[in-house]
Design a protein around this ligand. Sequence first.
Ligand code: F6P
Length: 379
Amino acid sequence: MSKAKVVKRIGILTGGGDCPGLNAVIRGVAKPAHDHGLTVLGIQDGFEGLVEGKAIELYNKDVSGILTQGGSILGSSNKGDPFHWPEEIGDEIQILDRSKKAIRNYEAWNLDAIIAIGGDGTMHISNKLSQMGMNIVGVPKTIDNDLEATDQTFGHDSAVFVVSAALDRLRTTASTHHRVMVIEVMGRYAGWIALNGGLAGGADVILLPEFPFDWEIIYDKVEQRNLQGKRFSLVCVAEGAKAKDGEMIVKAKDIKRTDPIQLGGIAEHVSKMIEDNTGLETRYTVLGHLQRGGSPTPYDRMLSTRFGTFAINLAMNRMFGRMVALKGSEITSVTIEEAIKNQKLVTSDNSILHTALQVGVNFGVKELDHSVIRWLGKY
Ligand code: F6P
């Protein structure tokens, strides 16, 4: 591998599920890199491109005008894990280790470092490649905002904006028809999109993967609202939420993916249960990939640009094996190893959750009320 003192050639890739802001990071990396005379190689379709040898040189004109553009000009994949590489052999799919092939391409391209933009899965892969000697700098992306090492990942704010805008629209039709509206948002194990989007959009009930819910509490909440003359309710449910006596609703499984499970269906289930058990007319909406598409919010454009420029500075200073992170209002970095230790989940002592409880949001969990009392006691 390259032991060169001066970084001259860098690769950049976007891995895992896409989100608004990826192109803004690519731009934030490439513009200063070009200014410093570096060559930037865009590796296509995430780690898949690293294994299969797919890359194009990114010139200055290629990164111009992409700040506001959603998706990734490089493409992405959540099936390209070099350490978990699915290959069809005869009639069956075998999972193979193709990491050595990834390293060979890195060397053949004469790269001094790779900037890997991605979430939890991408950082796990980056950590393993880094242990094999590859020079990697990570940039944390995911609409889920579930990386413990950074206060915020880019993409989350844009997803929250979509959820809140959808709730605004659902409110008018819900109140006109006196209905309960259930909206399903992304978030498999972490409920940040549901919590932040639900609170911003004024949801009455928010159901999170972290807190299995009690059906009776939800029925009671929507019925009480009705009795108080508020003849509609908005329920925001994360795709990974489940009832106390239930399981997550899995829509499909695909062993080729880094995480084989595809979730979906909880809103339909919650909607039917509410209608059957309260008699209130109920409808559901699944927001799906609308949360991942389109232009990033101004906050995400800023965060992505700051992450990108910080990442190229780390690379030029040979600070490899590190991931860019937001701490408070400052950009800093942590080791990738540290970054992947814990998933950031919503906990009962979270202040946003407490804020939601104080404005009357119901989480379908009786025990949460006690934590509010404890929290208020601090003041
Ligand atoms: O991790 C981001 C995410 O959008 C999750 O919130 C969601 O469960 C998953 O990706 C969906 O992945 P896919 O687009 O592969 O179905």
